[in-house]
Design a binder for this molecule. Structure first.
Ligand code: DC
Length: 227
């Protein structure tokens, strides 16, 4: 099935989430939001009172993760963890930062690998993350590495959080984005980097639709699809 996988990797705020969602919708393919899995492990660990540095505890949470991704009445996302609605907390910046810490733990990454690969059992998957093209789906038929300047990413994150009615502070976000980039790129397992065969797209100054169009035209060249 690997030939019908589009891997979209890149740093926080590069627009991967929105772009992956739109590309998947246009192709009628499934979506794997792998960052959400790391976010859920961090939330699950916190709910169980785990120490943030407890690797085996978080790996256990990852192995037994009871997560459901649903669509709410307005067509937006609803995410349930152990049956409880965690949609709002999931997207909070504090959760992203906690996720970046647990994502550096090899046992957590190993525990989530099979769950992520299971998304590709049926044909047609858009996989969004940091290591989709390098580790999880190394044979993906199309690999995109999406980036943008740190300033632009902080601005986008700020707007996204405000739109969701979540608290946001631009200077703080810039700082956190740089720190998260550093942690995600410097870790020893599955660091954030483009796969050797990835197409790098710098979306600084581009609209979401321009980037979506670019990915779809690459998809048209690689796959027998008609988006
Ligand atoms: O894309 P995101 O902001 O939801 O991801 C949250 C954190 O999870 C991010 O800081 C790094 C980590 N992550 C990862 O290490 N590997 C992935 N495939 C996806 C996310």
């Amino acid at each position: 099935m690997s030939d019908t996988i589009i891997a979209i990797d890149g740093p926080s705020g590069s627009g991967k989430g929105t772009i992956s969602r739109r590309v998947a919708a246009r192709l009628g393919w499934r979506l794997l939001d792998s960052g959400a899995l790391y976010r859920l492990v961090a939330l699950g660990g916190a709910a169980r009172g785990l120490d943030p540095s407890d690797e085996s505890g978080h790996a256990q949470v990852a192995t037994t993760l009871d997560a459901r991704f649903e669509v709410n009445e307005r067509g937006g996302e609803r995410v349930l963890l152990d049956g409880a609605d965690v949609t709002r907390e999931l997207r909070a910046e504090t959760t992203g930062n906690m996720a970046s810490v647990v994502a550096a733990m090899p046992a957590v990454r190993a525990a989530l690998l099979g769950r992520q690969r299971a998304y590709a059992e049926a044909a047609g998957l858009v996989a969004d993350g940091r290591d989709m093209g390098t580790v999880v789906f190394p044979d993906a038929g199309l690999k995109v590495f999406l980036t943008a300047s740190a300033d632009e990413r902080a601005r986008r994150r700020y707007n996204q959080l405000k739109e969701k009615g979540l608290p946001a502070n631009l200077a703080g976000l810039s700082q956190e984005i740089l720190e998260r980039d550093r942690r995600d790129s410097a870790r020893s397992v599955a660091p954030l980097r483009p796969a050797a065969d990835a197409v790098v797209i710098d979306s600084t100054g581009c609209t979401i639709e321009e980037v979506v169009a670019q990915v779809l035209s690459l998809a048209r060249l690689r796959f027998p699809v008609n988006p």
